[in-house]
Write a protein that binds this ligand. Structure first.
Ligand code: FES
Length: 513
């Protein structure tokens, strides 16, 4: 399966391309149209189709192309936002509701795997969170007491199944892990067999809000629907939610260890900032240690390749590595107040929905979103709608400056101011290298491919004009402001941008080396 970057994930390498069941689009009108064929779109589509709605899923590329293909697929009750923090921000009742939604999400995934007999190496597991010093142990106690209060299966233990030095450890029961792209293929098959229509290479380019319906323009023609869902990780266009979610990049390695007995039969997390995590996944009889971390704000790291090296060096402190088989990175959106935004899309008519801001808990919140959106569309209300309401206002100190900080970053990363006569210096770029440069009144995003061909784009992101930053690991232009991502030819890989970056006719001027 393809995905949105140059690095191949373990999942991509071990999943077949999904072959659609040849659903003909013999209708133009649907109850629900969903933009996005990732885990959120497909889970929601399946639940709605089973509930008797006619559903079209329009995927701009191929299913799993976005973050579902780059996740590390942890199914856990140990959330990025500890229950104690949720309680402080949202109160006891709301935290109770979140805890309930998380348990329901785990159940839904397990029942989907079992009910549709999806061959995705689903396995129940323990998770361990450990501290390294007294300061972290205090935070660990907060995580523990909050989890216990909300009836999460958690306990202090005296050991972890890994060679890490630790101060204190807590263990979570009832967690799970799986192969996300094989799970996704199972969802797609179940969706199509239930009568749903899945169209790949079908980007939604416009949504017109009519009186009681939506008029959808896509790469495969026009459709109408009563309900419309953006399951595109972050909605496209300009929306309040782009100022309440911050894009981050996370790194992952798949590793073969020298000693078969060293693979931990659990998911393990430290409390560093940024933190590291480990888990084992068995695929077709082969075990892999998956290690992740080194997260940073999108566009804030000049050399993203170095993040892989740092992560590998860290893992080598503890494990005897035979080889690293896969290196990949992925983007996620951190919500301003710690909870995702699921429900009615702010600023739009009532039957337009969104699910975004899942942080590092995308697998779980995708299932929560599917349940909530299905309830909203089929009954008009949901037990989860209030706590995840995208229109809520929960200001959190420091976050308001995020967009400004993000917008400033690429200014710092601009390498050179090039006078016209020096333009040919661009040919000095090494193959595979890229730069943002200033040329006369324009900022240019320049990349030279391995064969020496130069690609030049106007460096302004087509969302709302921040400068993009080069991601040298994934070979993409990433926007630090709201997370739009583009190929080096300017093609949109990730919303919220809808338009390609502007190509500048410089390659001919510069020539090829
Ligand atoms: Fe908003 Fe680029 S993503 S300006």
């Amino acid at each position: 399966m393809k995905r949105d970057g140059a690095c191949k994930s373990l999942w991509q390498s071990t999943a077949d391309d999904y072959v659609s069941g040849e659903n003909k689009v013999d209708q133009q009108t649907f109850d629900v149209i969903i933009a996005g064929g990732g885990i959120t779109g497909l889970t929601t589509g399946l639940l709605l189709q089973k509930a008797g709605k006619s559903v079209l899923i329009a995927e701009a590329k191929s299913i799993g192309f976005g973050t579902t293909g780059g996740t590390t697929a942890h199914l856990n009750t140990m959330m990025d936002t500890p229950y104690a923090t949720m309680e402080k921000n949202f109160g006891e009742n709301n935290t109770q509701t979140v805890a309930k939604s998380i348990q329901a999400a785990l159940r839904l995934i397990r029942e989907t795997v079992e009910g549709y007999n999806i061959d995705c190496s689903y396995q129940q597991s323990m998770a361990y969170l450990y501290s390294k010093d007294e300061k972290q142990s205090k935070e660990l106690e907060t995580v523990y007491s909050g989890s216990e209060k909300y009836k999460v299966d958690v306990a202090y233990v005296n050991d972890i199944p890994a060679p890490f030095p630790y101060n204190k450890v807590i263990r979570f029961g009832g967690q799970a892990r799986f192969h996300p792209l094989r799970y996704l293929a199972g969802l797609a098959k179940a969706f199509e067999e239930a009568g749903g229509v899945l169209l790949e290479d079908c980007r939604v380019t416009a949504v017109d809000e009519l009186e009681n319906e939506y008029d959808i323009t896509s790469g495969m023609g026009r459709f109408k629907c009563t309900h419309f869902i953006y399951a595109t990780h972050i909605p496209p266009g300009v929306n309040l939610l782009h100022f309440r979610c911050a894009p981050y990049r996370s790194y992952a390695l798949a590793i073969k260890l020298k000693n078969e007995n060293d693979y931990p039969d659990a998911m393990i997390y430290d409390m560093d900032d940024p933190y590291h995590y480990y888990r084992t996944q068995e695929i077709d009889g082969q075990k892999y240690l998956i290690a992740g971390g080194e997260d940073h704000k999108t566009g804030h790291e000049e050399n993203t390749q170095a993040c892989f090296r740092k992560l590998e060096a860290y893992v080598r402190n503890y494990y005897d590595i035979d080889k690293v088989t896969h290196r990949w990175s992925s983007q996620y959106f951190e919500p301003v107040d710690g909870l995702p935004y699921i429900g009615h899309l702010p600023g739009h008519t009532g039957n337009m929905y969104v699910a975004t801001g899942f942080g590092g808990n995308g697998m779980i919140y995708s299932a929560v979103a599917a349940m909530e959106l299905t309830q909203l569309i089929t009954t008009g209300k949901s037990e989860f709608e209030e706590v995840f309401n995208p229109n809520r206002i929960k200001p959190v100190a420091g976050f308001a400056n995020f967009v400004k900080e993000a917008a400033d970053v690429t200014g710092k990363l601009i390498k050179k101011v090039l006078p016209a006569e020096k333009l040919t210096e661009l040919t000095d770029l090494a193959p595979g290298e890229a730069r943002v440069v200033k040329y006369e009144d324009q900022r240019l995003a320049i990349y030279k491919d391995e064969k020496g061909r130069v690609y030049a784009l106007n460096s302004a992101c087509t969302h709302i004009k921040c400068d993009v930053s080069w991601n040298n690991a994934e070979k993409t232009w990433d926007c630090p402001c709201h997370g739009s991502r583009f190929s080096y030819t300017g093609e949109v890989l990730t919303a919220p941008a809808r338009k390609e970056m502007q190509v500048v006719g410089i390659a001919e001027t510069v020539g090829q080396k």
